[in-house]
Design a protein around this ligand. Structure first.
Ligand code: LLP
Length: 444
């Protein structure tokens, strides 16, 4: 397993993260456990800050909180001086409860409800990124009712196909997101938005996909978007000032993944921007990028305890852990690949190829199909790396498994930032109607 951030193997042969021995973490907090490496998150935020905010004048980096949204994470992002992207009332609520300045929040989503939009207007979020015609008129109506002028970006679908898993591709024409650019729908949306007196159009937004390795996709995106901004100017005389390029910068999960450097990403955007603006004689807009995965992905590690082991001679050896698709649905959803190490015996030679499976009642509940490990025993501690993004945030209670806790580690300290769920948490919202209580008693 490739080590990330502050991960290292200590003299006991144990995996250590943020100066904390993972064997001790497992003892203290139980497994499965999400471990988040604070120094690593901050380091990446700083790389984004120096590459974009400082490197590329007039730009902003906003963290896409869908990747991992908790109070502590919002505080770290705030402290690091980045903005925040939220996509629901729940993410907005989390940010506001964390005291995140509303003016630095962007509100996304393809089906924001009236309540969510009202909540965002009331809180004074910086930008609402309008996705469709329904939202456009709803937002204008609400803003009128609330006597507010709302600053918006229009989300367009530029018709760019980024090379990534089809479920996380978003820039292509056949997408549920945004106003289609090539067929003139985006023009109609723009003209309509312009006629709405309570909306102030600040710019446009696109997100072409996620886990993108080819910087060329971003170069292409900049070019298409600047061409479009110049078109709007020529057609209407309206000068859009902001260009939000979305997120999508890819990360390393497993061997074969070869992500670019954040500084190269910024450089690509910079050069593409200069060229496109020069070609169109268009003034450089403010640039916004929205990384999610690349800020937290490699900073997360999930610790599991090995339980049952099933060997089918000549076929496969299944090593089952105490979590699975409920805490990490990504392998089942996207054929995502992960690396792992026996955290309690991290220095030992690998001797056997095994499959790591979860404990959910379905065959698709696989975490890693093929991995070399030392001879695994029940009770071993397995650490799966790069689980910081879209793991906790996509976790479920499938099979009524309780969600793991999350600890934030730094400088030898571990702080719980999300408590492990208990069985009684599972029943928190269960209600037993009186008639069923009666039936239950009668049947005894
Ligand atoms: N901005 C917008 C408008 C987005 O839709 C997304 C991700 C991002 C930014 C952040 O993208 P990132 O930098 O994290 O790639 N659940 C999937 C990923 C879905 C991404 C959805 N949108 C996964 O686990 O791979």
């Amino acid at each position: 397993m490739r080590l990330h951030g502050t991960q290292m193997v200590n003299e006991l042969g144990h995996l250590e993260i943020g100066g904390c021995d993972t064997v001790e973490l497992a003892k203290q907090f139980g497994t499965p456990l999400y471990v988040m490496d604070e120094a690593h998150i901050r380091d990446i935020c700083r790389q984004y800050h120096s590459s974009f905010v400082e490197g590329l004048k007039n730009s902003e980096v906003i963290y896409a909180s869908k990747a991992f949204s908790t109070l502590a994470m919002c505080r770290i992002i705030d402290e690091e001086g980045l903005g925040l992207d939220v996509v629901s009332g729940g993410e907005l609520y989390t940010a506001l409860q964390a005291n995140f300045a509303a003016a630095r929040i962007y509100f996304h989503g393809n089906n924001k409800s009236r309540e969510e939009l009202a909540m965002a207007i009331k809180a004074g979020v910086g930008r609402i990124v309008v996705d469709n015609f329904f939202e456009l008129s709803l937002l204008n109506e609400l803003a009128q009712e609330m006597n507010q002028r709302v600053e918006v970006l229009l989300r367009v679908t530029p018709g760019i196909e980024a090379h990534t898993h089809e479920y996380i591709q978003t820039g292509q024409i056949d997408s549920k997101f945004g106003f289609t650019l090539p067929d003139g729908t985006a023009d109609r949306a723009f003209d309509l938005a312009l006629s709405y007196s309570n909306l102030v159009i600040k710019g446009i937004h696109a997100h072409i996909g996620s886990q993108i390795f080819e910087l060329d996709s971003f170069r292409h995106e900049v070019q298409v978007m600047i061409d479009y901004m110049a078109d709007i100017y020529k057609r209407t005389g309206f000068l859009l000032q902001e260009l939000n390029l979305g997120g999508g910068f890819g990360i390393y999960y497993a061997s074969g993944d070869d992500p670019a450097r954040i500084s190269d990403y910024a450089q690509t955007v910079q050069v593409a921007l200069e060229n496109a603006c020069q070609k169109q004689k268009f003034p450089r807009p403010k640039i916004i990028v929205e990384p999610g995965r690349s800020i937290v992905g490699t900073a997360g590690t999930t610790l599991y305890t090995v339980g049952s082991i099933k060997e089918i001679p000549g076929v496969r050896k299944y090593v089952a852990v105490d979590g699975g698709m409920a805490d990490n649905p990504r392998p089942a959803l996207y054929q995502a690949r992960y690396e792992a190490v026996l955290a309690n015996r991290a220095k030992e030679e690998t001797t056997e190829a095994v499959a790591v499976t979860g404990k959910c009642c379905e065959s698709g509940d696989m975490l890693i199909w093929d991995i070399d490990l030392p001879k695994v025993k029940s009770g071993d501690l397995l650490a799966v790396s790069c689980t910081g993004a879209y793991n906790y945030s996509m976790s479920s209670n499938y099979n009524r498994l309780t969600r793991p806790g999350v600890v934030l580690v730094a400088g030898g300290h571990a702080d719980v930032i999300v408590k492990r769920e208990t069985h009684s948490d599972l029943l928190r919202n269960d209600v037993l109607p009186a008639r069923l209580k009666y039936l239950q008693m009668a049947s005894r």
